[in-house]
Ligand binder design. Sequence first.
Ligand SMILES: NC(=O)c1ccc[n+]([C@@H]2O[C@H](COP(=O)([O-])OP(=O)(O)OC[C@H]3O[C@@H](n4cnc5c(N)ncnc54)[C@H](O)[C@@H]3O)[C@@H](O)[C@H]2O)c1
Length: 257
Amino acid sequence: MTRLAGKNALVTGGARGIGRAIVEAFVREGAKVAVADLLADQAEETAAALGDAAMAVEMNVTDAASIASGVAAVEAKWGGIDILVNNAGVFDMAPIAEITPEMYRRQFDVNVGGTIFVTQKVVEGMKTRGKGGAIINFSSQAGRRGEPNIILYCSTKAAVISITQSMALEFAKDKIRVNAIAPGVIDTPMWDVVDGLFAKYDHLPKGEKKKQVGLAVPLGHMGSPDEIADPVVFLASDDARYVTAQTLNVDGGNWMS
Ligand SMILES: NC(=O)c1ccc[n+]([C@@H]2O[C@H](COP(=O)([O-])OP(=O)(O)OC[C@H]3O[C@@H](n4cnc5c(N)ncnc54)[C@H](O)[C@@H]3O)[C@@H](O)[C@H]2O)c1
C-alpha cells in the first residue's frame, strides 16, 4: 500500500468531500499532501489529522497571487510537487433567463480557470525538476452531456475534458501525464447545494432528488468519496504510467464510453 511513496502532492479543494478522501488515500499510499482550499480552517483540520504527511495551504484557485504563494509554500517545504489534483469545484444551476454574468464568471473561474492556472504554476516546477509528474483534473458526468437548467456547470465540466486532452499533449514530452475523472453522483457537501437547487427548480421536496439519483445508478447507490479517491490514486501512480489524455468515468455505470 505505498504506491505513492516519495511523492509530494497538492490537492485543491482538499479540505472536505472528494478532495479530503483523496488527501487521506494519498497519505495511506505513502505521499506527502498539501491540502489547498479556500476553507482555511477545514484545510488545517484535515491536514492536522494526518500529522507530518500533510500541510494546509490557504488557496483561492481563482486568484493568481494566492495560487503562486500556495504553490511556493509547498515547494519551499517539500522541494517540489509531483502530483497535482485539480479537484476544487463549484455547482450552480438556473434556467437561462436567470443566469447572470456573475454566475457565469464564478463557475468558469473556479472550474475552468482554476484548473488551468493552478496547473500553469505547478507545471513550471515539474518541468524545472525534470522528474515528470501526474495531474488529475475533475470533470463530471455533467461534462458528458447537457442537462436542463445546468448550462454553466455542464459546460465547465465539458471544458475540463478538452483541457485535459490539450494539456496531456503539451506536457507529454516532459513526462507529465494528465488525466481526468468524471464522477457520477457522489455523497458530499456539494450535494446539499445540488439537492436544494433541484428542490427549487424542479419543485421537489428536499432530499427527493438525492434519493432519485442514487436509485437510478446501475450499481444501485450514490458513490462515496472513497470510491472516487481510489481511481485517483491509480491515475497518480506508476500503475497508470502509459495512461494520459483520458477522462475516466467513475459513476457506477451512469455513463458508458
Ligand atoms: N459530488 C458530486 O456528485 C460530484 C459529481 C461530479 C463531479 N464532482 C466534482 O468533484 C469535485 C469535488 O466535489 P465535492 O463534491 O467534493 O464538492 P465539495 O463542495 O464538497 O468540495 C469542494 C471543495 O472545493 C473548495 N473550493 C471551492 N471553490 C474554491 C476556490 N475558489 N479555491 C479553492 N478551493 C475551492 C471548497 O471549499 C470545498 O472544500 C468538484 O470539482 C466537483 O465539481 C462532484
